[in-house]
Design a protein around this ligand. Structure first.
Ligand code: NAD
Length: 370
């Protein structure tokens, strides 16, 4: 091979569509799944299996392009590695995406075929429900593979993880309050919760019980009305007004990327702690910006790990009390991350990433790979 060819080969490894992207964040394996008869087009990404099998949900979404789907699955699977590592679980990170419209394109055959692809990985990837999927699809996947987690209780699973996620967010939020205010007592603390969904409503219940002043928003008035009927003391706010209310703590429990250039000009809180995945629009930029603004940000993948902890217990023989107890550990982990962030003068998301990587690297160095 000529020198010119060697150089071209080396360079292309960093720019190629798939392997170049995998190389950037050290992904182990990506499986592209296609089946003409069912119309299945899916991508399964296994980011890292050092700590255990890669567990992460399957998302069905009408991606505008394959590149968009690939980027999403690579990003999400890496996030799962970090989340499980920080939560102390013996799980790696993986995720799957099915390209398609969840309202019109679902068939039994498609999800059974997808289940076969999951099964072909022999347990290196364990799937679960995510956006666009529901129990009907999971039951069909389960017909073809046992590598499925987060099943309903009547099927021997651990049921809806949202209450456990809400509890973990509450623990992480309390840890942040402890650092920001010197006490984790939430009485009269003003908490603005964005999203009255499964996690949001569980969190509101815990906050109200502690005597916090809760401000809540959602785009669906019926959801807000139901929660207000249960907790009359809360104040309802219009969706876009949530960033401007008088608050101590902003708790995003709806969408990602709500901590961005625009909202950071408006938010006057001292803590951000919520359930939504990928709250920082740009991790590096806004992770530093919140720190410079004097806001303590509780990394989302650290404090929303209750759901994955619940799933992990399902694999060991489900025990709700044990799952909740382990979820409580989020409080101490969060304090440790806040301390590392302050001692090193680095953003909290970075301190959390480093702690997740340290655990993985130490297990890898000891040769104890899954
Ligand atoms: P959900 O779909 O039940 O609730 C989300 C709520 O946000 C809905 O009520 C929706 O109407 C509302 N919403 C959407 N856009 C909004 C907007 N612009 N302003 C205000 N409200 C808006 O979802 P969930 O299960 O409660 O999860 C909430 C977040 O937490 C999601 O980002 C999810 O990815 C993340 N999360 C959930 C779990 C879990 O166990 N459910 C685990 C980890 C992370």
């Amino acid at each position: 091979m000529s020198e010119a060819m060697v150089n071209t080969t080396t360079k292309s490894a960093t720019t190629d569509l798939v392997l170049g992207r995998m190389e950037k964040h050290d992904h182990e394996e990506v499986l592209f799944c296609h089946d003409r008869s069912t119309g299945l087009k899916a991508i399964i990404a296994i980011h890292d299996t050092t700590l255990g099998p890669a567990l992460g949900g399957t998302r069905m979404w009408p991606y505008a392009s394959e590149v968009e789907a690939l980027n999403d699955v690579l990003r999400l699977s890496r996030g799962m590695t970090y989340k499980s590592s920080l939560a102390g679980l013996d799980l790696g990170g993986g995720k799957a995406v099915i390209i398609g419209d969840a309202r019109t394109q679902k068939t039994e055959a498609m999800f059974r075929r997808f289940g076969r692809f999951v099964d072909s990985l022999n347990g290196r990837y364990i799937t679960a429900e995510d956006v666009g999927m529901n129990i009907t699809e999971m039951v069909n996947v389960l017909k073809e593979t046992r590598y499925v987690a987060g099943l309903p209780e009547e099927m021997g699973g651990s049921g809806d993880p949202s209450p456990v996620t809400a509890y973990g967010v509450y623990c992480g939020l309390k840890a942040a309050a402890k650092v920001a205010y010197g006490t984790d007592d939430l009485k009269d603390r003003k908490v603005a919760v964005q999203g009255a969904g499964n996690v949001g409503k569980g969190l509101v219940a815990l906050l109200v019980k502690d005597g916090a002043t809760v401000l809540l928003t959602d785009i669906h008035d019926d959801k807000l009305a139901a929660i207000k009927a249960e907790f009359p003391s809360i104040t309802l706010v219009k969706p876009d007004a949530i960033y401007d209310v008088d608050m101590d703590i902003y708790s995003p429990c709806a969408l990602g990327a709500t901590v961005n250039d625009d909202t950071l000009k408006r938010l006057k809180c001292s803590v951000i702690a919520g359930a939504a995945n990928n709250q920082l629009a740009d991790e590096a930029v806004h992770g530093r910006a919140v720190m410079e603004k004097g806001i303590l940000y509780a990394p989302d993948f650290l404090i929303n790990a209750g759901g994955i902890i619940n799933c992990a217990w399902e694999r060991k023989g489900y025990n709700r009390k044990a799952a909740l107890r382990q979820t409580e550990g989020i409080y101490e982990t969060a304090l440790r991350i806040f301390k590392a962030s302050s001692e090193q003068g680095i953003p909290t998301y970075l301190a959390a990433n480093q702690a997740a990587e340290e655990r993985i690297n130490s297990i890898r160095a000891a040769g104890m790979r899954f």
